[in-house]
Design a binder for this molecule. Sequence first.
Ligand code: GDP
Ligand code: ZN
Length: 461
Amino acid sequence: MEFDTIAAISTPMGEGAIAIVRLTGDEALSIIDKIYKGPSGKKLSEAASHTIHYGHLVDPKTEKIIEEVMVSVMRAPKTFTREDVVEINCHGGLVSVKKVLNLVLANGARLADPGEFTKRAFLNGRIDLSQAEAVMDLIRAKTDRAMNVALNQMEGRLSKLIQRLRQEILETLAHVEVNIDYPEYDDVEEMTHHMLIEKATFVRNELQKLLQTAEQGKILREGISTVIVGRPNVGKSSLLNSFVQENKAIVTDIPGTTRDVIEEYVNVRGVPLRLVDTAGIRETEDIVERIGVEKSRAVLKEADLILLVLNYAEELSAEDENIFAAARGMDVIVIVNKTDLPQKIDLNRVKELAGSAPVVTTSLLEDRGVDELEEAISALFFAGELEASDLTYVSNTRHIALITQALNTIDDAITAIENGVPVDLVQIDLTRSWELLGEIIGDTVSESLIDQLFSQFCLGK
Ligand code: GDP
Ligand code: ZN
Protein backbone atom coordinates (compact mmCIF):
# COMPACT_ATOMS: atom_id res chain seq x y z
CA MET A 1 0.00 0.00 0.00
CA GLU A 2 1.15 3.53 -0.55
CA PHE A 3 0.53 6.48 1.72
CA ASP A 4 1.81 10.02 2.05
CA THR A 5 4.04 11.04 4.91
CA ILE A 6 2.27 12.25 8.02
CA ALA A 7 3.47 14.02 11.15
CA ALA A 8 2.13 14.89 14.58
CA ILE A 9 3.17 15.72 18.09
CA SER A 10 3.15 12.36 19.80
CA THR A 11 3.71 13.37 23.41
CA PRO A 12 0.99 14.93 25.60
CA MET A 13 0.59 18.66 25.24
CA GLY A 14 1.91 20.68 28.10
CA GLU A 15 5.00 21.17 30.14
CA GLY A 16 6.91 17.94 29.63
CA ALA A 17 10.71 18.10 29.67
CA ILE A 18 10.81 16.54 26.25
CA ALA A 19 8.40 16.48 23.33
CA ILE A 20 8.39 14.26 20.30
CA VAL A 21 7.32 15.03 16.76
CA ARG A 22 6.85 11.84 14.86
CA LEU A 23 6.83 11.26 11.11
CA THR A 24 5.88 8.15 9.22
CA GLY A 25 5.86 7.37 5.50
CA ASP A 26 8.09 7.02 2.46
CA GLU A 27 9.21 10.63 2.62
CA ALA A 28 10.04 10.67 6.32
CA LEU A 29 13.79 10.36 5.73
CA SER A 30 14.00 12.79 2.81
CA ILE A 31 12.05 15.37 4.81
CA ILE A 32 14.39 15.10 7.79
CA ASP A 33 17.37 15.38 5.43
CA LYS A 34 16.10 18.78 4.30
CA ILE A 35 15.99 20.22 7.80
CA TYR A 36 18.53 18.31 9.94
CA LYS A 37 22.16 19.39 10.40
CA GLY A 38 24.34 17.09 12.46
CA PRO A 39 27.87 17.76 13.75
CA SER A 40 29.37 15.29 11.27
CA GLY A 41 27.37 16.60 8.33
CA LYS A 42 26.11 13.10 7.54
CA LYS A 43 22.62 12.68 6.13
CA LEU A 44 20.12 10.81 8.25
CA SER A 45 18.80 8.98 5.20
CA GLU A 46 22.16 7.18 5.26
CA ALA A 47 22.00 6.39 8.96
CA ALA A 48 21.48 2.84 10.19
CA SER A 49 18.02 1.83 11.36
CA HIS A 50 17.13 2.29 15.01
CA THR A 51 19.81 4.86 15.75
CA ILE A 52 19.53 8.23 17.45
CA HIS A 53 21.37 11.39 16.38
CA TYR A 54 22.15 14.71 18.01
CA GLY A 55 21.94 17.85 15.92
CA HIS A 56 20.00 20.97 14.97
CA LEU A 57 16.95 21.64 12.88
CA VAL A 58 17.54 24.40 10.39
CA ASP A 59 14.91 26.10 8.28
CA PRO A 60 16.18 25.63 4.69
CA LYS A 61 14.56 28.89 3.59
CA THR A 62 16.09 31.21 6.18
CA GLU A 63 19.01 28.98 7.21
CA LYS A 64 18.12 29.83 10.78
CA ILE A 65 18.48 27.26 13.56
CA ILE A 66 15.03 26.29 14.86
CA GLU A 67 15.80 23.75 17.58
CA GLU A 68 18.41 21.57 19.19
CA VAL A 69 17.21 17.99 18.78
CA MET A 70 17.81 14.26 19.07
CA VAL A 71 16.46 12.42 16.04
CA SER A 72 15.64 8.71 15.97
CA VAL A 73 15.69 6.94 12.63
CA MET A 74 13.71 3.72 12.27
CA ARG A 75 13.41 2.06 8.92
CA ALA A 76 10.55 0.01 7.59
CA PRO A 77 9.39 -2.62 8.23
CA LYS A 78 10.46 -2.97 11.87
CA THR A 79 8.48 0.04 13.08
CA PHE A 80 5.10 0.64 14.64
CA THR A 81 3.59 1.57 11.28
CA ARG A 82 5.80 -0.75 9.16
CA GLU A 83 6.89 2.42 7.34
CA ASP A 84 9.99 4.56 7.73
CA VAL A 85 9.60 6.46 11.01
CA VAL A 86 11.50 9.49 12.25
CA GLU A 87 11.08 10.80 15.77
CA ILE A 88 12.31 14.26 16.60
CA ASN A 89 12.93 14.74 20.32
CA CYS A 90 12.89 18.41 21.15
CA HIS A 91 12.52 20.58 24.21
CA GLY A 92 9.16 20.33 25.88
CA GLY A 93 6.74 23.21 25.87
CA LEU A 94 4.24 24.15 23.30
CA VAL A 95 6.20 26.82 21.47
CA SER A 96 9.23 24.79 20.58
CA VAL A 97 7.35 21.66 19.65
CA LYS A 98 4.95 23.60 17.43
CA LYS A 99 7.87 25.24 15.67
CA VAL A 100 9.32 21.83 14.90
CA LEU A 101 5.98 20.50 13.70
CA ASN A 102 5.47 23.52 11.43
CA LEU A 103 8.93 23.10 9.96
CA VAL A 104 8.21 19.46 9.16
CA LEU A 105 4.86 20.37 7.61
CA ALA A 106 6.42 23.12 5.54
CA ASN A 107 8.88 20.59 4.13
CA GLY A 108 6.49 18.00 2.79
CA ALA A 109 4.69 16.19 5.60
CA ARG A 110 0.94 16.33 6.16
CA LEU A 111 -0.57 16.81 9.60
CA ALA A 112 -1.84 13.42 10.81
CA ASP A 113 -5.51 12.88 11.52
CA PRO A 114 -6.37 11.68 15.01
CA GLY A 115 -5.32 8.06 15.33
CA GLU A 116 -3.74 7.99 11.90
CA PHE A 117 -0.45 6.46 13.06
CA THR A 118 -2.31 3.55 14.59
CA LYS A 119 -4.52 3.34 11.51
CA ARG A 120 -1.40 3.01 9.37
CA ALA A 121 -0.19 0.19 11.58
CA PHE A 122 -3.55 -1.50 11.06
CA LEU A 123 -3.69 -0.88 7.31
CA ASN A 124 -0.14 -2.10 6.87
CA GLY A 125 -1.04 -5.30 8.67
CA ARG A 126 1.13 -4.62 11.69
CA ILE A 127 -1.74 -4.95 14.18
CA ASP A 128 -5.38 -5.98 14.00
CA LEU A 129 -8.31 -3.78 14.90
CA SER A 130 -8.72 -4.92 18.49
CA GLN A 131 -5.02 -4.28 19.03
CA ALA A 132 -5.37 -0.83 17.53
CA GLU A 133 -8.21 -0.10 19.91
CA ALA A 134 -6.01 -1.31 22.75
CA VAL A 135 -3.42 1.32 21.89
CA MET A 136 -6.09 3.90 22.54
CA ASP A 137 -7.06 2.27 25.83
CA LEU A 138 -3.45 2.19 26.89
CA ILE A 139 -3.14 5.90 26.41
CA ARG A 140 -6.18 6.44 28.57
CA ALA A 141 -5.52 3.77 31.19
CA LYS A 142 -6.15 5.07 34.67
CA THR A 143 -4.76 2.22 36.73
CA ASP A 144 -2.22 -0.57 36.45
CA ARG A 145 -5.00 -3.07 36.03
CA ALA A 146 -6.56 -1.14 33.19
CA MET A 147 -3.11 -0.90 31.67
CA ASN A 148 -2.70 -4.68 31.91
CA VAL A 149 -6.00 -5.29 30.18
CA ALA A 150 -5.00 -2.97 27.36
CA LEU A 151 -1.54 -4.48 27.12
CA ASN A 152 -2.93 -8.00 26.93
CA GLN A 153 -5.28 -6.91 24.21
CA MET A 154 -2.50 -5.16 22.37
CA GLU A 155 -0.42 -8.30 22.50
CA GLY A 156 -3.28 -9.96 20.74
CA ARG A 157 -4.74 -12.06 23.52
CA LEU A 158 -8.32 -11.21 22.68
CA SER A 159 -7.54 -11.51 18.98
CA LYS A 160 -6.17 -15.01 19.45
CA LEU A 161 -9.20 -16.16 21.38
CA ILE A 162 -11.54 -14.69 18.77
CA GLN A 163 -9.55 -16.31 15.99
CA ARG A 164 -9.74 -19.68 17.71
CA LEU A 165 -13.50 -19.41 18.05
CA ARG A 166 -13.86 -18.39 14.44
CA GLN A 167 -11.82 -21.42 13.46
CA GLU A 168 -14.18 -23.64 15.45
CA ILE A 169 -17.14 -22.15 13.63
CA LEU A 170 -15.43 -22.64 10.27
CA GLU A 171 -14.76 -26.30 11.02
CA THR A 172 -18.35 -26.74 12.04
CA LEU A 173 -19.46 -25.17 8.80
CA ALA A 174 -17.18 -27.55 6.91
CA HIS A 175 -18.91 -30.50 8.52
CA VAL A 176 -22.27 -29.07 7.57
CA GLU A 177 -21.03 -28.94 3.99
CA VAL A 178 -20.15 -32.62 4.16
CA ASN A 179 -23.64 -33.37 5.32
CA ILE A 180 -25.19 -31.34 2.54
CA ASP A 181 -22.98 -32.96 -0.06
CA TYR A 182 -23.58 -36.52 1.08
CA PRO A 183 -27.09 -36.56 2.51
CA GLU A 184 -27.50 -40.24 1.67
CA TYR A 185 -25.10 -41.30 4.42
CA ASP A 186 -27.27 -41.56 7.48
CA ASP A 187 -24.42 -41.87 9.92
CA VAL A 188 -22.86 -38.68 8.60
CA GLU A 189 -26.05 -36.83 9.36
CA GLU A 190 -26.21 -38.30 12.83
CA MET A 191 -22.63 -37.33 13.47
CA THR A 192 -23.21 -33.89 12.06
CA HIS A 193 -26.20 -33.24 14.25
CA HIS A 194 -24.34 -34.34 17.33
CA MET A 195 -21.17 -32.52 16.49
CA LEU A 196 -23.00 -29.35 15.50
CA ILE A 197 -24.55 -29.04 18.92
CA GLU A 198 -21.28 -29.84 20.62
CA LYS A 199 -19.20 -27.35 18.68
CA ALA A 200 -21.80 -24.61 18.75
CA THR A 201 -22.23 -25.05 22.48
CA PHE A 202 -18.48 -24.86 22.99
CA VAL A 203 -18.31 -21.55 21.11
CA ARG A 204 -21.34 -20.23 22.96
CA ASN A 205 -19.83 -21.04 26.35
CA GLU A 206 -16.55 -19.37 25.47
CA LEU A 207 -18.36 -16.24 24.34
CA GLN A 208 -20.40 -16.26 27.53
CA LYS A 209 -17.25 -16.47 29.64
CA LEU A 210 -15.79 -13.57 27.75
CA LEU A 211 -18.90 -11.48 28.31
CA GLN A 212 -18.71 -12.18 32.01
CA THR A 213 -15.47 -10.22 32.08
CA ALA A 214 -17.13 -7.33 30.28
CA GLU A 215 -18.44 -5.55 33.33
CA GLN A 216 -15.11 -5.56 35.07
CA GLY A 217 -13.35 -4.80 31.84
CA LYS A 218 -15.51 -1.78 31.22
CA ILE A 219 -15.01 -0.59 34.77
CA LEU A 220 -11.27 -0.86 34.42
CA ARG A 221 -11.40 1.01 31.19
CA GLU A 222 -13.83 3.76 31.96
CA GLY A 223 -13.76 4.00 35.71
CA ILE A 224 -16.63 3.68 38.13
CA SER A 225 -18.71 6.78 38.16
CA THR A 226 -19.00 7.60 41.81
CA VAL A 227 -21.13 10.04 43.74
CA ILE A 228 -20.67 10.98 47.37
CA VAL A 229 -23.97 11.82 49.07
CA GLY A 230 -24.93 12.81 52.57
CA ARG A 231 -26.27 15.60 54.68
CA PRO A 232 -24.21 18.77 55.03
CA ASN A 233 -21.24 18.50 57.36
CA VAL A 234 -21.03 14.71 57.58
CA GLY A 235 -17.60 14.64 55.93
CA LYS A 236 -18.12 14.32 52.17
CA SER A 237 -15.44 16.82 51.24
CA SER A 238 -13.09 15.21 53.74
CA LEU A 239 -13.72 11.84 52.10
CA LEU A 240 -13.01 13.26 48.69
CA ASN A 241 -9.80 14.85 49.95
CA SER A 242 -8.72 11.66 51.61
CA PHE A 243 -9.09 9.77 48.36
CA VAL A 244 -7.38 12.42 46.39
CA GLN A 245 -4.43 12.69 48.77
CA GLU A 246 -3.86 9.03 49.42
CA ASN A 247 -4.45 7.80 45.95
CA LYS A 248 -3.04 10.55 43.82
CA ALA A 249 -6.00 11.77 41.88
CA ILE A 250 -5.37 11.46 38.20
CA VAL A 251 -6.68 14.45 36.37
CA THR A 252 -6.94 13.53 32.76
CA ASP A 253 -7.07 16.02 30.02
CA ILE A 254 -7.24 14.22 26.74
CA PRO A 255 -6.25 16.57 23.98
CA GLY A 256 -7.51 16.26 20.46
CA THR A 257 -10.60 14.26 21.31
CA THR A 258 -14.21 15.17 21.58
CA ARG A 259 -14.05 14.38 25.28
CA ASP A 260 -11.98 17.46 25.89
CA VAL A 261 -12.99 17.67 29.53
CA ILE A 262 -11.18 17.35 32.78
CA GLU A 263 -12.26 14.36 34.78
CA GLU A 264 -10.96 13.39 38.15
CA TYR A 265 -9.99 9.80 38.79
CA VAL A 266 -8.76 8.22 41.96
CA ASN A 267 -7.19 4.81 42.02
CA VAL A 268 -8.53 2.74 44.91
CA ARG A 269 -6.66 -0.58 44.98
CA GLY A 270 -6.78 -0.90 41.26
CA VAL A 271 -10.37 0.28 40.98
CA PRO A 272 -10.56 3.55 39.10
CA LEU A 273 -13.22 5.77 40.64
CA ARG A 274 -14.44 8.50 38.37
CA LEU A 275 -15.74 11.24 40.58
CA VAL A 276 -18.53 12.55 38.48
CA ASP A 277 -20.31 15.79 38.44
CA THR A 278 -23.84 14.82 39.23
CA ALA A 279 -26.13 17.72 38.55
CA GLY A 280 -23.08 19.92 38.74
CA ILE A 281 -22.03 18.81 42.17
CA ARG A 282 -19.57 16.05 42.75
CA GLU A 283 -20.52 15.67 46.33
CA THR A 284 -24.16 16.29 46.79
CA GLU A 285 -25.01 18.34 49.81
CA ASP A 286 -28.73 18.61 50.03
CA ILE A 287 -29.82 17.11 46.77
CA VAL A 288 -32.60 15.03 48.28
CA GLU A 289 -33.84 17.95 50.30
CA ARG A 290 -33.82 20.18 47.28
CA ILE A 291 -35.31 18.09 44.53
CA GLY A 292 -37.09 15.30 46.38
CA VAL A 293 -36.55 11.57 46.64
CA GLU A 294 -37.85 10.62 43.20
CA LYS A 295 -35.88 13.18 41.26
CA SER A 296 -32.68 12.58 43.17
CA ARG A 297 -33.15 8.87 42.53
CA ALA A 298 -33.04 9.60 38.84
CA VAL A 299 -29.90 11.65 39.30
CA LEU A 300 -28.18 9.04 41.47
CA LYS A 301 -29.10 6.31 39.02
CA GLU A 302 -26.54 7.72 36.61
CA ALA A 303 -23.80 6.66 38.99
CA ASP A 304 -22.26 3.17 39.28
CA LEU A 305 -21.39 3.61 42.92
CA ILE A 306 -22.86 5.69 45.70
CA LEU A 307 -20.86 6.51 48.78
CA LEU A 308 -23.47 7.38 51.36
CA VAL A 309 -22.01 9.26 54.31
CA LEU A 310 -23.61 9.49 57.76
CA ASN A 311 -22.59 11.22 60.97
CA TYR A 312 -21.69 8.87 63.86
CA ALA A 313 -22.06 11.69 66.33
CA GLU A 314 -25.65 12.57 65.42
CA GLU A 315 -28.90 10.71 65.43
CA LEU A 316 -30.25 9.50 62.11
CA SER A 317 -32.52 12.11 60.63
CA ALA A 318 -35.45 11.91 58.25
CA GLU A 319 -33.12 13.32 55.62
CA ASP A 320 -30.70 10.43 56.10
CA GLU A 321 -33.57 8.01 55.62
CA ASN A 322 -34.60 9.83 52.46
CA ILE A 323 -31.10 9.51 51.07
CA PHE A 324 -31.24 5.77 51.71
CA ALA A 325 -34.55 5.67 49.89
CA ALA A 326 -33.12 7.56 46.93
CA ALA A 327 -30.17 5.17 46.69
CA ARG A 328 -32.14 1.95 47.03
CA GLY A 329 -31.31 -0.76 44.51
CA MET A 330 -27.97 0.75 43.57
CA ASP A 331 -24.42 -0.19 44.52
CA VAL A 332 -24.01 1.63 47.81
CA ILE A 333 -21.34 1.71 50.46
CA VAL A 334 -22.46 3.28 53.72
CA ILE A 335 -19.83 5.28 55.56
CA VAL A 336 -20.49 6.23 59.18
CA ASN A 337 -18.00 9.00 59.80
CA LYS A 338 -16.69 10.83 62.90
CA THR A 339 -16.16 7.79 65.11
CA ASP A 340 -13.74 9.88 67.15
CA LEU A 341 -16.75 11.69 68.63
CA PRO A 342 -19.27 10.20 71.10
CA GLN A 343 -21.76 7.90 69.37
CA LYS A 344 -25.31 9.11 68.86
CA ILE A 345 -26.27 7.16 65.76
CA ASP A 346 -28.18 3.88 66.02
CA LEU A 347 -25.90 1.47 64.14
CA ASN A 348 -28.48 -1.32 64.14
CA ARG A 349 -30.90 0.94 62.34
CA VAL A 350 -28.15 1.92 59.88
CA LYS A 351 -27.51 -1.76 59.10
CA GLU A 352 -31.23 -2.29 58.64
CA LEU A 353 -31.42 0.58 56.17
CA ALA A 354 -28.25 -0.55 54.44
CA GLY A 355 -29.59 -4.03 53.76
CA SER A 356 -26.93 -5.88 51.81
CA ALA A 357 -24.78 -2.77 51.31
CA PRO A 358 -21.54 -2.79 53.29
CA VAL A 359 -21.31 -0.43 56.28
CA VAL A 360 -17.91 1.01 57.15
CA THR A 361 -17.11 3.24 60.13
CA THR A 362 -14.47 5.91 59.73
CA SER A 363 -12.85 8.85 61.35
CA LEU A 364 -11.57 10.84 58.48
CA LEU A 365 -10.20 13.35 60.94
CA GLU A 366 -7.96 10.71 62.48
CA ASP A 367 -7.51 8.77 59.27
CA ARG A 368 -9.15 5.64 60.65
CA GLY A 369 -11.30 3.18 58.73
CA VAL A 370 -10.04 4.34 55.34
CA ASP A 371 -8.36 0.97 54.67
CA GLU A 372 -11.60 -0.84 55.41
CA LEU A 373 -13.44 1.50 53.09
CA GLU A 374 -10.99 0.88 50.27
CA GLU A 375 -11.29 -2.83 50.93
CA ALA A 376 -15.07 -2.59 50.63
CA ILE A 377 -14.81 -0.72 47.34
CA SER A 378 -12.41 -3.19 45.78
CA ALA A 379 -14.41 -6.17 47.11
CA LEU A 380 -17.56 -4.81 45.53
CA PHE A 381 -16.01 -4.79 42.10
CA PHE A 382 -13.52 -7.59 42.07
CA ALA A 383 -15.04 -9.99 44.58
CA GLY A 384 -11.42 -10.44 45.58
CA GLU A 385 -10.74 -13.06 42.95
CA LEU A 386 -10.20 -11.49 39.59
CA GLU A 387 -6.79 -10.45 38.42
CA ALA A 388 -6.34 -8.77 35.10
CA SER A 389 -3.27 -10.82 34.34
CA ASP A 390 -4.93 -14.21 34.29
CA LEU A 391 -8.02 -13.38 32.30
CA THR A 392 -8.73 -12.30 28.80
CA TYR A 393 -10.91 -9.31 29.39
CA VAL A 394 -13.24 -7.67 26.99
CA SER A 395 -13.69 -4.03 27.83
CA ASN A 396 -14.49 -2.22 24.66
CA THR A 397 -18.16 -1.35 24.07
CA ARG A 398 -17.93 -2.20 20.39
CA HIS A 399 -16.46 -5.61 21.15
CA ILE A 400 -19.06 -6.31 23.82
CA ALA A 401 -21.88 -5.50 21.39
CA LEU A 402 -20.42 -7.77 18.70
CA ILE A 403 -19.82 -10.66 21.09
CA THR A 404 -23.37 -10.33 22.41
CA GLN A 405 -24.75 -10.45 18.86
CA ALA A 406 -22.57 -13.41 17.97
CA LEU A 407 -23.70 -15.18 21.11
CA ASN A 408 -27.37 -14.62 20.24
CA THR A 409 -26.80 -15.88 16.73
CA ILE A 410 -25.11 -19.03 18.01
CA ASP A 411 -28.00 -19.50 20.41
CA ASP A 412 -30.40 -19.32 17.47
CA ALA A 413 -28.32 -21.91 15.66
CA ILE A 414 -28.39 -24.27 18.63
CA THR A 415 -32.15 -23.93 19.05
CA ALA A 416 -32.59 -24.56 15.34
CA ILE A 417 -30.46 -27.70 15.43
CA GLU A 418 -32.33 -29.00 18.46
CA ASN A 419 -35.63 -28.41 16.67
CA GLY A 420 -34.47 -30.40 13.68
CA VAL A 421 -34.23 -27.43 11.34
CA PRO A 422 -32.33 -28.44 8.17
CA VAL A 423 -28.62 -27.90 8.62
CA ASP A 424 -28.27 -25.68 5.61
CA LEU A 425 -30.43 -23.13 7.41
CA VAL A 426 -28.31 -23.46 10.51
CA GLN A 427 -25.40 -22.63 8.29
CA ILE A 428 -26.70 -19.09 7.88
CA ASP A 429 -26.60 -18.39 11.59
CA LEU A 430 -23.17 -19.89 11.96
CA THR A 431 -21.81 -17.87 9.08
CA ARG A 432 -23.30 -14.72 10.57
CA SER A 433 -21.64 -15.31 13.95
CA TRP A 434 -18.35 -15.95 12.19
CA GLU A 435 -18.72 -12.58 10.45
CA LEU A 436 -19.66 -10.78 13.65
CA LEU A 437 -16.58 -12.07 15.44
CA GLY A 438 -14.50 -11.06 12.46
CA GLU A 439 -15.56 -7.46 12.97
CA ILE A 440 -13.78 -7.44 16.33
CA ILE A 441 -10.42 -8.02 14.74
CA GLY A 442 -11.24 -5.99 11.65
CA ASP A 443 -11.57 -8.89 9.27
CA THR A 444 -15.01 -8.08 7.95
CA VAL A 445 -15.48 -4.42 8.78
CA SER A 446 -16.39 -1.71 6.37
CA GLU A 447 -14.11 1.16 5.55
CA SER A 448 -16.39 3.80 7.05
CA LEU A 449 -16.40 2.01 10.38
CA ILE A 450 -12.62 1.92 10.32
CA ASP A 451 -12.46 5.65 9.66
CA GLN A 452 -14.89 6.32 12.45
CA LEU A 453 -12.98 4.18 14.91
CA PHE A 454 -9.64 5.74 14.23
CA SER A 455 -10.96 9.26 14.36
CA GLN A 456 -11.61 8.71 18.06
CA PHE A 457 -7.94 8.30 18.77
CA CYS A 458 -5.65 10.93 20.19
CA LEU A 459 -3.76 12.97 17.70
CA GLY A 460 -0.27 11.69 17.18
CA LYS A 461 -0.92 8.14 18.25
P1 GDP B 1 -19.39 17.88 54.08
O1 GDP B 1 -20.22 19.07 54.32
O2 GDP B 1 -20.20 16.65 54.13
O3 GDP B 1 -18.58 17.96 52.83
O4 GDP B 1 -18.37 17.76 55.31
P2 GDP B 1 -16.87 18.21 55.39
O5 GDP B 1 -15.98 17.18 54.83
O6 GDP B 1 -16.76 19.58 54.86
O7 GDP B 1 -16.66 18.18 56.94
C1 GDP B 1 -17.44 18.98 57.82
C2 GDP B 1 -16.66 19.16 59.10
O8 GDP B 1 -16.48 17.94 59.78
C3 GDP B 1 -15.26 19.70 58.87
O9 GDP B 1 -14.96 20.64 59.86
C4 GDP B 1 -14.37 18.49 58.99
O10 GDP B 1 -13.09 18.80 59.45
C5 GDP B 1 -15.13 17.70 60.04
N1 GDP B 1 -14.87 16.27 59.97
C6 GDP B 1 -14.77 15.49 58.84
N2 GDP B 1 -14.53 14.22 59.20
C7 GDP B 1 -14.47 14.17 60.55
C8 GDP B 1 -14.23 13.13 61.50
O11 GDP B 1 -14.04 11.96 61.18
N3 GDP B 1 -14.28 13.48 62.80
C9 GDP B 1 -14.49 14.76 63.21
N4 GDP B 1 -14.50 15.00 64.52
N5 GDP B 1 -14.70 15.76 62.35
C10 GDP B 1 -14.68 15.47 61.04
ZN1 ZN C 1 -18.52 19.56 51.36
